[in-house]
Design a binder for this molecule. Structure first.
Ligand SMILES: [Zn+2]
Length: 425
């Protein structure tokens, strides 16, 4: 199928009809077999062959009858700058792994980082991803904004800060220096802020980020060690901060759970003359009890669940389905290439398939998490990430092999290919 025509030109007036083994999106549509008709980048029909009929005029047919056809994907949480970092041996503890990543980062030059980011963007493209939430470490912000824009990727590059202890004043000053206008789109990709995590960035840094007017993301409730640290300031994260010289005693503990801690940051950021009601995109939430789940459902938090990364670190029993049932917007991310089993791509299609295979999650639920939920979390128009009769961000096909039924999609492992690429403006 490598000779499949690629639809790239918005000026093409004649319709293109894609014949699929099945056609599905995250809004609940699923047709097996299916036909998708595009005029330029706009969906003009999507359904069964009978319901769509034969499009009039000089239609061009694309045969994807051996494949699933779906909207382009969203990867709401990844770290492109770690793409070319040598794989870190599986750690005994998460905080050991963090130390390994920190050492690797310190040895990277600005050009190493840029090359890593470019490789990461290419792997998103190889995975059928058209929108990203990228966490950019040192030297990576501008490289990522440029590399994403070059491939037409939308979404947000969140600049990561480790603002703890003696670093707090400098972090606060840096955040104040970034005007909200900096959050504006650079050809579809925005700039945001990512205080790394509650155990590595002070509450004052979080509150400044939430007040800044730029999109905010973080890692939250990743492990029980985080809960312990926020409760009483003890445990492996305290030791890690001490070893990095980032513990100066100004940290204030006392939160019941990381979600309670974040609720307090959101409340504080919304108070006062500079107060601002904002949302925060939180990755992971592996450690969520009933009380935290009930609170989460009341907060302006989008959740980026990274199933393969979660498994890599040994977490089980993620409560993403209970979160969704409670009305929380849960999307999918991959975390970095260091945690993935797909060296040639960084794609939520593989996380989507894991959820279908492992949890018997229905296809359209998994697709919703990998497309429209991610778009909502990144502030994008969700209608461009489904097959409603309107412009679409992109269209991909995935060869099915022997697993032809939609419910068997989790058993496939092929890479996506583009039917309609993101527009590069
Ligand atoms: Zn991450």
């Amino acid at each position: 199928m490598s000779n499949t025509p690629k639809i790239q030109d918005d000026s093409v007036a004649a319709p293109v009809a894609v014949r699929a083994a099945w056609l599905a999106d995250g809004s609940g549509a699923c047709f097996a077999p299916g036909v998708l008709v595009l005029r330029g980048r706009t969906v003009v029909a999507a359904g069964s062959p009978e319901s769509v009929g034969v499009p009039g005029g000089s239609v061009t047919w694309v045969d994807a009858s051996d494949s699933a056809v779906m909207p382009a994907l969203v990867n709401a949480h990844t770290h492109l700058d770690l793409t070319l970092v040598p794989r870190i041996p599986e750690p005994e503890h998460f905080f050991q792994w963090l130390g390994g990543v920190r050492s690797a980062r310190l040895s990277m030059t600005a050009d190493d980082v840029r090359q890593s980011v470019i490789a990461g963007v290419q792997r998103l493209d190889a995975g059928g991803v058209a929108a990203v939430g990228d966490i950019a470490g040192t030297h990576a912000l501008q490289a990522s904004l440029a590399a994403c824009a070059d491939l037409g990727l939308e979404g947000c590059v969140f600049e990561e800060v480790f603002g703890m202890g003696p670093r707090v004043p400098a972090c606060l000053a840096a955040m104040e220096a970034v005007p909200p206008a900096a959050a504006g789109h650079a050809r579809g990709i925005r700039r945001g802020a990512q205080p790394h995590a509650p155990y590595s960035s002070d509450r004052r840094v979080f509150e400044a980020a939430l007040r800044s007017g730029v999109p905010v993301s973080t890692h939250l409730a990743e492990s029980v060690d985080e809960r312990r640290f926020l409760a009483d300031g003890s445990g492996p994260f305290r030791e890690l901060l001490e070893s990095f010289g980032l513990w100066d005693g100004t940290f204030s503990a006392g939160a019941r759970h990381p979600i309670d801690w974040m609720a307090e940051r959101l409340r504080a950021a919304s108070m006062g003359p500079a107060g601002r009601q904002t949302r925060v995109l939180c990755a992971h939430l592996n450690d969520v009890d009933d009380q935290a789940l009930a609170l989460l459902a009341t907060l302006p938090i989008d959740v980026a669940y990274c199933p393969r990364a979660s498994e890599f670190f040994g977490h089980t029993g993620h409560r993403y389905r209970a979160m969704r049932a409670a009305g929380v917007n849960v999307c999918l991310g991959t975390d970095s290439a260091l945690n993935l089993d797909t060296p040639d791509r960084i794609s939520t299609v593989d996380d989507l398939r894991l959820l279908m295979r492992r949890d018997q999650l229905p296809l359209t639920d998994a697709l919703e998490m990998a497309t429209v939920a991610g778009a909502r979390a990144l502030g994008l128009d969700p209608s461009r990430w489904d097959f409603s009769l309107s412009p679409v961000a992109g269209v991909i096909a995935v060869a099915l092999g022997e697993y032809r039924a939609p419910a068997e999609f989790g058993k496939t492992s092929t890479a996506p290919r583009w039917i309609c690429r993101p527009a590069v403006s």
